[in-house]
Design a protein around this ligand. Structure first.
Ligand code: GLN
Length: 489
């Protein structure tokens, strides 16, 4: 970079474009997420879908899970067909179409399901590829600047989330859901405009697929796609005809698929002929971190589900002299990330080599476990029939955010580091798969409420996190050994 060139906080100007696009995309994603659970549960007289809580939370979990699951095909499309740049553009357009569908104020769920499906597909095209494009802005030897570029980008994510979570619950009130969905559509439109207008600054990053399909591969891929389409349509038709096509069954099916995909994908990577013995050793260690991350997201991403449900029913929401919407409580997280991200980013290089990623992940699991102990305590107090103070949720989200900051950025960079050469382009999609697994399994956990009180439900999840963290800590030396570069493979 020449010294006369204009920069974006010392970074290539293209980062401003990606920052702005992702900020508005996350505005729409978190904005929708902030009201989705309450909308699904609200009775039809309040314009909602009237679903039981366990079903509604499962839908919220699956929706989040699928948004991250489609990162895998999304990364593949960029790498082999369209290039990241055009894939992101298509993704933004499809997401916007999804939000528009949901904003159309007709009764009945058809447009809602269509809209959610579009958002899931569009996010898969956009999310992993816009993240890889951040990486493309830097030369191979610019590791430190790339890391700080990603930190800045994560800031954009959370500024967008904060604004989205601020706007949609206010617009939605108790029955104006479509207005909130409309705001998400407007946000995504602004993101797209920004992406198109700022395209020049990207200087050709991601214009071409890294590893384009050969004509023979293209024919095979199209055939597979057609076959999959026919199989899905047939399965759906049979399910509809026999009456098993219920929302609950669709969520079970989606959870099963979300669990199977990473399993199959890891087997594929580990057996791939181009993966060396050393890379295979790295991947074995990575699988452990992957499972730990899945457990973390399973609990963390309950925010728009059971946690907001708890805020709605059991928390005294008066603040600043008026009753704030329950969805706003999700913003404790965005706020704390904005405040503390810099502290954690400065902390990691200082700790240097002493604390490895397994220990950071274990810390994250302990934090998310502790956060749910706090939530369980609040729930215990609420069982007496009183509304608990807002600060319970503030404390819960503070502890949780400390966990997020020791797992999420660390995970991105460890994924990039451990990726086998043949899978470099697709590994970010693999990282998002951990969130996919966690979110869709997490969505199903509320069904345990059939056997457990709410307090015990939160405690059970806390126990899972703490046990997972302890196991990881126990094996952390072994894992670091597996991940190290130096020994002979
Ligand atoms: N909060 C971050 C984002 O939305 C991380 C999400 C994730 O990796 N699951 O980008």
């Amino acid at each position: 970079l020449h010294s006369t060139e204009r920069t974006f906080f010392g970074h290539p100007r293209g980062l401003a474009t990606l920052f702005g696009t992702e900020m508005w995309e996350r505005f729409s994603f978190y904005g929708l997420r902030a009201v989705l659970g309450l909308f699904l549960m609200a009775p039809p007289v309040r314009e909602g879908l009237g679903l039981p809580a366990a079903t509604a939370y499962a839908v919220v979990g699956i929706y989040q899970g699928l948004v991250y699951l489609t990162a895998l095909p999304g990364g593949w499309i960029a790498d082999r067909v369209l290039g990241a740049r055009r894939t992101v553009l298509w993704g933004g357009a499809v997401i916007m179409a999804g939000h528009i569908c949901m904003a159309i104020p007709v009764r009945g769920p058809a447009l809602i399901w269509a809209g959610l499906t579009l958002i899931v597909c569009g996010s898969g095209l956009l999310k992993p590829n816009i993240s890889s494009m951040v990486g493309y802005l830097y030369r191979d030897d610019e590791d430190a600047r790339r890391d700080s570029g990603f930190s800045l980008f994560y800031m954009g994510v959370n500024i967008g989330a904060f604004a989205g979570i601020l706007v949609t619950p206010l617009l939605a009130g108790e029955d104006r859901w479509h207005l909130a969905f409309g705001a998400a559509a407007v946000g995504m439109a602004l993101g797209l405009t920004q992406y198109i207008a700022g395209g020049r600054r990207l200087r050709g990053a991601g214009t071409r697929p890294g590893d384009p399909l050969t004509p023979a591969e293209r024919t095979r891929a199209l055939r597979m796609l057609a076959l999959a389409g026919v199989l899905c349509a047939t399965a759906a038709a049979i399910a509809a005809a026999t009456g098993v096509l219920t929302i609950d069954n669709v969520t079970y099916m989606a959870t099963a698929i979300t669990l199977l995909v990473p399993f199959a994908y890891f087997v594929y990577i580990l057996r791939h002929p181009q993966v060396t013995a050393g890379e295979r050793r790295h991947m074995t260690a990575y699988v452990w971190l992957f499972v730990a991350a899945a457990v973390f997201w399973m609990i963390f991403d309950l925010a728009p589900g059971p946690v907001t449900g708890f805020a709605h029913s059991h928390v005294d929401l008066t603040a600043f002299g008026f009753a704030i919407p329950a969805g706003w409580t999700q913003n404790f997280n965005s706020l704390f990330v904005i405040v503390f991200a810099g502290v954690f980013a400065a902390l990691w290089p200082r700790l240097g080599d002493r604390v490895g990623s397994p220990a950071k992940f274990a810390f994250a699991l302990f934090m998310v476990g502790l956060s749910f102990v706090i939530l369980a305590a609040a729930s215990g107090v609420a069982e007496a029939g009183v509304k608990v103070g807002l600060w319970w949720l503030a404390a819960m989200y503070l502890v949780q955010t400390f966990g997020e900051l020791s797992l999420s950025p660390v995970g991105l960079s460890v994924t990039a580091k451990l990726a086998p050469a043949a899978f470099k382009g697709q590994m970010l999609g693999v990282w998002f798969l951990a969130a996919a697994v966690g979110d869709s399994v997490g969505g199903q956990t509320y069904r345990l409420r059939a056997f457990l009180s709410e307090t015990h439900y939160f405690l059970a999840l806390a126990a899972v996190a703490v046990v997972a963290g302890a196991v990881l800590l126990l094996f952390s030396r072994r894992l670091r050994h597996l991940m190290s570069e130096h020994e002979a493979a």
